[in-house]
Design a protein around this ligand. Structure first.
Ligand code: MN
Length: 271
């Protein structure tokens, strides 16, 4: 694990048109933090976000119901749909004179680490931005009991670090197929050990559980929950970085092809 100090990049983003979205909903605390950070970087900031919480929506589109959105205030639009819908609405209906040149998604309430990324609406919004040719960054704030037991729920690190992380990530060019997944550890700013450039990890155990309950009419209903076990996460992973108090940034890409398996299949056919 290589920990770097929080980069101090002064990249000028004032000419950028920034689209801010999320999956927790337009009224969530995390998107306000992200919008404030965006406004410190540019005057051209637009918020197009779900009217209601869409956590776990993944990269889904609303196809079987009408898609509605409404404006409230300057440059704020609430969409009755998924995070992916929001990006599509923003680009095709809201920012029609000029497309966004940077997409920021989050700050999510909770981690998007390891296998979370394909469930995540926060990351999916960044995937959609990438598909549309817009550099896109997903931000998440880890809220989980750390190994030493003390539970800290604090947005302070996200509040301070979104801007320097964005300026640094925008200081170099990354592949058009890539998006950035940033997770802030559940620590206060002074306790953060640095920045680690990571790979997508995987938990030892990640079962989705259905907890059955009974409503007032005696009918069963269910809440989805997780059972997640994890010993020391593998080296270089996002899971390990945040465990060790680092801000994790993982460059992800949209191509899901498993190249080694493809090679084995071709070899099998050629044999
Ligand atoms: Mn969420």
């Amino acid at each position: 694990m290589t920990m770097y100090p929080l980069p101090d990049a002064s990249t000028d983003l004032s000419q950028h048109r920034i689209l801010v979205t999320n999956d927790d909903g337009i009224h969530s605390e995390g998107i306000q933090i992200l919008e404030e950070a965006a406004r410190r970087m540019s005057d051209d900031v637009w918020v197009v976000a779900p009217e209601f919480e869409q956590s776990g929506a993944g990269h889904s589109l609303t196809l079987s119901e009408p898609l509605r959105f409404r404006q409230f205030g300057d440059n704020h639009y609430a969409v009755r749909g998924t995070p992916t819908d929001c990006v599509v609405v923003a680009v095709s209906q809201v920012m029609t004179d000029k497309r966004p040149t940077l997409l920021l998604s989050g700050v999510n309430r909770g981690s998007n680490l390891g296998e979370d990324v394909t469930y995540s609406g926060t990351v999916a919004a960044a995937m959609e931005g990438t598909l549309l040719g817009i550099p896109s960054i997903a931000f998440s704030q880890v809220f989980a009991p750390p190994a030493d037991g003390e539970m800290i729920i604090d947005w302070a690190a996200a509040r301070e670090a979104v801007e320097p992380m964005t300026r640094w990530l925008m200081s170099f060019t990354w592949d058009a197929d890539a998006l950035m997944n940033v997770n802030f550890p559940d620590r206060r700013m002074g306790e953060i050990a640095g920045v680690d450039v990571t790979v997508q990890g995987r938990r030892d155990l990640s079962d989705i559980l259905l907890e059955e309950r009974t409503d007032t009419r005696g009918q069963p209903y269910y809440w989805i929950g997780y059972r997640r076990g994890l010993d020391e996460p593998k080296a270089e992973t996002d899971l390990r970085a945040v465990r060790h108090r680092a801000i994790s940034v993982t460059p992800l890409h949209l191509d899901l092809t498993h190249f080694e398996t493809r090679r084995a299949m071709i070899e099998s056919l050629e044999a």
